[in-house]
Design a protein around this ligand. Sequence first.
Ligand code: FDA
Length: 308
Amino acid sequence: LLGGIQVGVTRDLFIHLSQNKLLNTSAKRWGLKLGARSVVAGTTVKEMIKSVLDLNALGISCTVDNLGEFVYEKEEAIEAKTQILKVIEAIYEHDAKAHISLKPTQIGLDIDYDFCLTNLTEIVEAASKHNIFINVDMEDHAHLQQTFDLINTVKQKYNNIGTVIQAYLFRAEDDIKDFKESRLRIVKGAYKESEKVAFQNKKEIDQNYLHLIEYHLLHGRFTSIATHNHHVINHVKQFVKENNIAMDKFEFQMLYGFRKDMQLQLAKEGYNFCTYVPFGSDWYGYFMRRLAERPQNLNLVANQVFNK
Ligand code: FDA
């Protein structure tokens, strides 16, 4: 019990730190610090593309995230959009096996909905010319409905867009049905949400997670199973076998720098595998959420601080 309380406290602390605006802003000037280097693929497009091509050579595709979120200035949102357009061009020029992940708050959702919609449409249109898929990451529950609205609007014209379903939310079951024609990433959920909207109990979240994955594998277009949990991965392997689900209907996804051996092993076994590759100077919030999920990730900090 005490261990459980301690993990809960640590999770809350890191989530709190991830949302600290001053630290988020200051960290942009620090360069990759605190061990972030092992889970963030550099700060420039050049460094990122190198990592992507290295992973492609191992049979692994990538989804690239130009890090950034909770942007409140139009200039900053336009800068982020311009950088994402550069990433699309770089993927095309290098013929990399990769697509894009982005966060709506990075391209202006907290500034103005229509401004964000214009930015997103421009990105999706540019990507569609090169047949590149855009995944809209799901942030906290406060942004969820607007994120779905953005996607539904853009989907009317383009089909290279999909999103994420978070299993900790009560409404996930309804949402997955609404989005069954879309390519979806299914995750447990990384933010702290109230008991009014989300399961708090790990067992309930895990059960709902498997249930949603199975639903989309059976009824959906394409499923990205994004987890580092080997129990879930083994369950899915068995489920796809028993239900004759074709290999090209799903992929496993993990974050850059985590469980590298398992990533490679799954690709070697012939599963589609996609690594989520974050890069850029706005790494702080992302890194704090990784520490919140798994306090053992603090090892990354210790290793890098002491092996400097
Ligand atoms: P979890 O943390 O539940 O771990 C389960 C078990 O797996 C552990 O007990 C341990 O046994 C093992 N394990 C996990 N990590 C390990 C490691 N590094 N080494 C050894 N063993 C390990 N969230 C969100 O809200 N919106 C989003 O858009 C996304 N997007 C996203 C993309 C991708 C590619 C991933 C992998 C994750 C996300 N997430 C996300 C985050 C997600 O919601 C969730 O918080 C994390 O994936 C943590 O949950 P897991 O299921 O991975 O493992």
